[in-house]
Design a binder for this molecule. Structure first.
Ligand SMILES: *Cc1c(COP(=O)(O)O)cnc(C)c1O
Length: 374
């Protein structure tokens, strides 16, 4: 019931997430969708989202960290779960205990995994090869030997080989080249080829569905499940596929005042009233995860109209310029709803761009102080 005491809330539309899941499953077929629910399902609530995705027919999941995987296990979710992170050796017992699949992204990790599985307990492995992202992954020349080492290691089950694209939402030529190189590497594995291969993320699926949707492959869908575009270029593709944003961030007006011409608002005096102005104070700020870079840039929606944020975004509050007191401001009262993104407020993409970031960061950044309500 503490949720009711918070004027700020993130409304999660599980119906939109379910709709997106069905849409993406249809688009990806005959490939399967791996539901990426890392970072608390991009801020939408990992357990509730994973359950909804399971009901729509998504059977595999990925998280970024071991604790994220444990959270799902402790909620009773027993589907296959891959952890994207590179494992440190002392984390392997937790992978074994919670049946989390390990990303093997170097020769050293492969040797550690093989030794652990032989002496301590079985592990499942997804072997990652680096085709151009240069974040994690084996050098292409090391792939075959490493897959062989793991295939021969007692207690290790090699589920998949995979790679990750650097520019799926940007330079498509580079992503296609990575995909071609990856397919050639997989072909070279011959009889060592594991049952699954995966390369495509959500953006690549939307832009190259024919390439992404191959039998025996998985498409790792993250942002698209939540109706979020990772780049401006991708926005039309999300709209064309009818993928729907699933989060709406709202709060309520806790204070109203009229300031006079020349008076400043908030820390640092970065905004000064050009005339008599009605100012609404909203009880959320950067401690709630709203970017401080929205200072003098973002908007809030009240009664379906957008009003600019006035002055510095504070830790726990921000102010909105409602304009002259006799204008639209006259309709705003204490307790009225204000929307920071979603229906009745700015589109999340526009708010993210105003903040100098992208929508994923907006939803991921929401702090535990903001209750998720679905
Ligand atoms: C986050 C992530 C994804 C999902 O990417 P989206 O752009 O959200 O679809 C896929 N693969 C890896 C390795 C990731 O880290």
């Amino acid at each position: 019931m503490t949720d009711l005491a918070s004027p700020t809330r993130a409304e999660i539309d599980l119906g939109a997430i379910r709709h997106n899941a069905r849409t993406l499953l249809a688009l990806a077929g005959p490939a399967d969708v791996l539901g990426v629910v890392k970072a608390n399902a991009y801020g939408h609530g990992a357990v509730a989202v994973t359950r909804a995705l399971q009901e729509e027919g998504i059977g595999r999941f990925a998280v970024a960290t071991v604790p994220e995987g444990i959270e799902l296990r402790e909620a009773g979710i027993d589907a296959p779960i891959l952890v994207f992170a590179a494992p440190l050796p002392d984390a392997l017992p937790a992978y074994a205990r919670h049946a989390l699949a390990v990303t093997v992204s170097s020769r050293e990790v492969a040797e550690t995994v093989a030794a652990f599985a032989e002496t301590t307990g079985p592990l499942r492995a997804h072997v990652q090869v680096d085709t151009g992202m240069h974040r994690l992954g084996l050098r292409p020349d090391d792939l075959t030997d490493t897959v062989r080492l793991l295939t021969d290691a007692p207690g290790v089950e090699v589920d998949a080989v995979w790679t990750h694209f650097a520019t799926a939402d940007g330079d498509l030529g580079y992503a296609r080249q990575q995909h071609e190189d990856f397919r050639a590497l997989v072909d070279r594995l011959g009889s060592l080829r594991p049952p699954l291969v995966h390369a495509s993320n959500g953006p690549f699926l939307l832009r190259c569905p024919a390439d992404a949707a191959r039998p025996g492959t998985l498409v790792r869908c993250g942002g698209v499940l939540y109706g979020l575009a990772s780049s401006r270029e991708l926005r039309p593709a999300l709209q064309a596929a009818d993928l729907r944003p699933a989060m709406r961030l709202t709060t309520r007006v806790v204070h109203l005042q009229t300031v006079q011409a020349g008076e400043s608002v908030s820390y640092g005096r970065l905004w000064t009233a050009p005339g008599s102005r009605r100012i609404a104070t909203l009880p959320l700020g950067y401690a709630d995860g709203l970017p401080r870079t929205l200072t003098n840039r973002g908007h809030a929606g009240l009664h379906g109209r957008l009003f600019p944020i006035a002055g510095r975004v504070c830790m726990d509050m921000l102010m909105v310029d409602l304009g002259p007191p006799e204008g639209a401001a006259a309709t705003v009262s204490l307790g009225d709803e204000a929307v920071l993104f979603g229906s009745g407020g700015p589109d999340i993409q526009d708010q993210a761009e105003a903040a100098g970031t992208m929508p994923y960061e907006m939803t991921c950044a929401l702090s535990p102080r903001v209750p998720r309500v679905s």
